[in-house]
Design a protein around this ligand. Structure first.
Ligand code: FAD
Length: 225
């Protein structure tokens, strides 16, 4: 009888690149076979430390169209378990994960859609928009709404800019705060808001939308707990 391995997939680290001082772009190759996933899903990494295996989920930032080359955007915290693990990982290291998991994917848009994120919360949105650009479909206008000081603070800004050329209905609108971003979609009947980022950020956007009377069924979110 085959013994079940304590992980679903193994990956070789083949690239590391820093965005500023605190975000790491990690490139991984699946060791066994191409990784099947839906844009917006995440992998749960197994991180051994002092005899304990810790689990940390990370959204896949690349699209299902590149199943042999997986990208992650990792916010490096000063003393985080995953942060230290990925910070010190070397090209050629093999690492392990379960998944893909999660239902934060967008197979069929239900109306004009706004992808609102802060920091590395943009990762699943990159996967989703790259997927749209490769399949040339979204169906409704899609607006990326990063909450950031300027385009320089938006991860993958150059890539997203290219998708605005490939996709007729895709645009980027940067806002410095959540309250001004909400002026974009409040009042739009069938708008769908997708939120991704740290718990405080998600809470802030939800509170702003609630205050403006935005219907709850139009709000979808992934919290980076
Ligand atoms: C579905 C899902 C997808 C995720 N995808 C991503 C992703 O694509 N990219 C990404 O960077 N993260 C993502 N996360 C968060 C990630 O899983 C880790 O929780 C996070 O990176 C911290 O892990 P760590 O082990 O380095 O820190 P930990 O060892 O867990 O924490 C170290 C310390 O930092 C504090 N801390 C934790 N988060 C923060 C924060 N944001 N700011 C300040 N202090 C903090 C903790 O309270 C603790 O004191 C995702 C989480 C979920 C649930």
């Amino acid at each position: 009888m085959n013994k079940k391995l304590p992980f679903d997939h193994s990956f070789t680290v083949w690239g590391k690149e820093m965005f500023g001082e605190s975000v790491l772009l990690l490139r991984l190759n699946p060791c066994e076979k191409p990784l099947k996933f839906r844009a917006g899903q995440y992998l749960t990494f197994k991180i051994p430390l002092n005899g304990i295996v810790h689990e940390r989920p990370f959204s896949i930032a690349s699209s299902p169209g590149s199943p042999n080359s997986i990208e992650l955007l990792v916010k490096l915290l000063p003393d985080g378990i995953a942060s230290n693990f990925f910070r010190s990982a070397r090209v050629g290291d093999v690492i392990f994960a379960d998944g893909p998991s999660g239902d934060f994917y967008v197979d069929r848009l239900k109306g004009p859609s706004f992808l609102v994120s802060s920091g590395t919360g943009i990762a699943p949105f990159h996967s989703i928009v790259q997927d749209f650009s490769e399949t040339h479909q979204s169906g409704f206008p899609v607006t990326l709404v990063p909450i950031a000081r300027s385009s320089e603070d938006v991860l993958f800004y150059d890539r997203f800019n290219k998708y605005t050329v490939i996709l007729n209905d895709f645009s980027i609108k940067i806002f410095q705060n959540v309250v001004s971003a909400a002026t974009l979609f409040v009042g739009l009947d069938n708008a769908q808001i997708y939120l991704c980022g740290a718990p405080r950020f998600i809470f802030e956007v939800q509170a702003t939308l609630k205050e403006s009377g935005f219907p709850e069924e139009g709000i979808h979110y992934e919290t980076f707990l």
